[in-house]
Write a protein that binds this ligand. Structure first.
Ligand code: NAD
Length: 353
């Protein structure tokens, strides 16, 4: 009864979404599942075939657009959600701000340079717009379970977190860095050392330019050490799991160990025994529902900070780029970054074949 009354008192926010590719359609389906808290009023894509298919995946309804300004001007949504390639984000955040939205949800990686990532956050911040970046794996049951075990203290004092993916850096590293920070209560990273090798994913077709192998050592302010590894040489989490799902994180404490396997679930050895749950894995739609619902909560109440707010993503992105800078210069790098190198341009120019 109380829950029903609360639901009745809750405000509904309108959402306009842009980008109906593979991942964009996950967002569309997740947004449709957030009814009545969110109303997906409009969809936009330059490609009307993709737009129609995404709309059909939820049984139709949202008004169709092929132009972002036309959509935002007409619909005046509370929230602008977009899912496009990384080089488009700043212009789309500027569009959202120009049209007076209150919240913006976008995909990772938030940019291709630290400068753009910071400009994105500043642009939204100055306009009072709440910015959210889709590091949504952490809503999955397996990630939540490992977080709960770490927080319970049953691993003793956390010493290290080792996060890996076979997928390459720009596709996966900010996920892994964000979840390492989350498992460690968002203690900031203060120093990194990095290795970057191989030009495998610098090809011109690659929208997420990444070294073939990326390995970073992160020192957190609370003394925990993190290791993040993506691409060639990264060990599989488990044989038999598909390429993009063969990722995860292992937390080692003084009295136990707990592990997330993105495509398979979780396992732990704690001071109380041996446990596992192999009934959970990545779900692009299901995990994105709380991502969108938390925007509504944050818009209701400033104090209900979003778990994927831009400020956290910006730190994670800076950590990733600092690791690359360390790899380029063969020396440790302190955070926050005080330099303005365009690290992606330097990698493209300097990483040997
Ligand atoms: N968080 C996750 O788990 C996860 C998973 C997969 C992909 N991603 C990220 O999602 C992002 C997008 O992935 P995708 O595979 O859906 O991309 P995509 O390129 O297939 O789709 C992008 C769509 O946006 C449209 N678009 C681009 N600019 C536009 C504009 N100005 N106006 C209207 N439409 C426009 C394009 O026509 C295209 O249909 C990538 O950055 C990727 O890294 C995240």
């Amino acid at each position: 009864m109380i829950r029903q009354r609360l639901a009745a008192a809750m405000k509904t926010y309108t959402v306009a979404h842009l980008g109906c590719g593979g991942r964009g359609t996950d967002h569309v389906r997740a947004l449709a599942a957030c009814k009545p808290r969110l109303k997906l009023a409009a969809l936009c894509d330059l490609d009307s075939g993709r737009l129609n298919a995404a709309s059909a995946s939820i049984g139709g309804g949202p008004a169709p657009y092929t132009d972002v300004d036309a959509m935002l001007a007409k619909e005046k949504p509370d929230i602008f959600s977009f899912c496009t390639q990384p080089n488009t984000r700043l212009a789309l955040v500027e569009a959202g701000v120009r049209h007076g939205v209150k919240g913006i949800v976008m995909e990772k990686p938030m940019a291709l340079s630290v400068q753009d990532a910071r400009t994105l956050c500043r642009t939204a911040d100055k306009a009072g717009v709440k910015l959210v970046v889709s590091h949504q794996h952490k809503y999955g049951k397996h990630w939540q379970k490992v977080r709960e075990i770490v927080a319970s203290g049953k691993l003793g004092r956390v010493r290290t977190i080792h996060a890996t993916s076979l997928g390459w850096m720009q596709h996966y590293a900010t996920h892994l860095i964000d979840y390492s920070m989350w498992l460690n209560d968002y203690s900031p990273v203060v120093k990194v050392a990095g290795h970057i090798h191989g030009r495998d994913h610098f090809a011109t077709w690659e929208s997420h330019p990444s070294p073939g192998y990326f390995m970073g050592h992160m020192v957190f302010a609370n003394g925990v050490h993190g290791y993040v590894e993506c691409g060639t040489f990264t060990p599989e989490q488990e044989p038999g799991i598909s390429f993009w799902m063969n990722a995860g994180a292992t937390v080692v404490g003084t009295e136990g160990i707990a592990r997330v396997i993105v495509g398979r679930g979780w396992e732990a050895v704690t001071r109380d025994g041996v446990f596992s749950g192999h009934d959970a894995s990545f779900d692009g739609v299901k995990d994105s529902i709380p991502l969108h619902l938390e925007v509504a909560d944050w818009l209701d109440d400033e104090a209900r900070l979003h778990s994927c707010r831009g400020e956290l993503a910006c730190h994670g992105f800076e950590v990733m780029m600092a690791i690359c800078l360390s790899g380029l210069e063969h020396k440790p790098v302190d955070l926050p970054l005080s330099r303005n190198d365009d690290v992606t341009a330097r990698m493209l120019a300097e990483v040997p074949a």
